[in-house]
Design a protein around this ligand. Sequence first.
Ligand SMILES: Cc1cc2nc3c(=O)[nH]c(=O)nc-3n(C[C@H](O)[C@H](O)[C@H](O)COP(=O)(O)OP(=O)(O)OC[C@H]3O[C@@H](n4cnc5c(N)ncnc54)[C@H](O)[C@@H]3O)c2cc1C
Length: 398
Amino acid sequence: MSGRTADIAIIGGGLSGGLTALALSRLRSDVSFRLVEEGPRLGGNHRWSWFASDLAPAGEMLMAGFRKSVWDDGYHVRFPQYRRHLHTAYRSLASTDFAARLERELPEGSIVTNREVTQLDGEGATLSDGTRITARAVIDCRGFDPTDKLHGGWQVFMGRHLRTPEPHGVARPIIMDAHVEQLGGYRFVYTLPLGAQDLFIEDTYYQDTPELDRSALSARIDAYQARMGWQGEPVAFETGVLPVITGGDFRGWQREQAVPGVTVAGARGGFVHPLTSYTLPIAVATALAIAADADLPGEQLSAKIEARARRHWADMGYYRFLGKMLFGAARPEERYKVFQRFYRLREPLIERFYSGKSTMADKARVLVGKPPVPIGRAISALASSSPPLSDPDRKSPQ
Ligand SMILES: Cc1cc2nc3c(=O)[nH]c(=O)nc-3n(C[C@H](O)[C@H](O)[C@H](O)COP(=O)(O)OP(=O)(O)OC[C@H]3O[C@@H](n4cnc5c(N)ncnc54)[C@H](O)[C@@H]3O)c2cc1C
């Protein structure tokens, strides 16, 4: 280690930083690291969900050990003209359980919380209290910052954890209930039965702006609860504003935030599903890739992960194209038709779509047949450019 604080410094103890630390500690226990988070606890206030089919066996192993909600009997979707039970198993992890596991499992002294990193470079990071952490490799996992270089729309949501006085009787997740008033964009309500008397209800919008009106969303969750006959006490809530990337200058974005010799990972590095915002499987795969190259000098690791991010960007082109159709071609109140039609397709195709592994045949299948949006509007949407994913009022979307 030659006088350095640790072999690797990971900046940002959210999803990708935490998983990278876990992968290092499980697979490369000889490599020392520091995981620095500005918040009081790792993970923030989130809930991460994923489909069991999203993870390869190595990823499944990395996620073993976390206390999580598991639904092996699949999930439901509901639309105005269509509803379906799909059989793919579904998983969800609360950030409190994420933090608890990491606190128990990561080596003593490796987690540093309540410290903002105020400066970082290829040799280390300086913390808000002036402490300097030096390392052979520095990994920047500080999350996505709004940017003019990327274009698209936003996924905005508020989730409420409700404790019901009696068992609510909901057996499986309802991951899209779009049989609700379509306001401001594609709107659906997402419900997870976390326990016999616990429900997580999230009101979600694919909209053109990152505005989140807390009181309006809260009132709409009240109305949805009343419609479903669910009573009880709210015990927690979360909000999110996530980018839905439909295009942009990826290399320019990489250059904009590059610090020489620093590896950029997580949402900040572009490791997201641009359309669905299901990020956990991609964060798992990236964490394993970093652990496999944990011996590389910082410069080399940085170049390797940067190239991986460019490949990921290229692989995600089809989903950005679909996002562009969703935002540009469909009127806000008709965007639900795109998903309603999609959910009539075969389950393996839907699984591959969510895991970002659609085949050429899948891609063609999604597009053939009667289009859910007028073809003229679709063509002009493709020809026009989407608004930038920047927001002058907000530094970070999360
Ligand atoms: C409410 C919500 C629900 C979501 N649900 C899902 C889901 O169901 N499935 C899914 O796959 N994805 C989901 N996402 C998306 C997913 O959470 C994000 O894409 C993911 O967290 C990105 O991981 P990350 O590690 O890049 O960033 P984050 O998880 O945001 O982590 C970044 C961390 O860096 C820290 N940080 C920032 N700056 C500094 C600094 N200067 N010094 C020290 N620390 C710093 C932050 O405090 C934060 O903890 C959800 C997001 C939100 C907000």
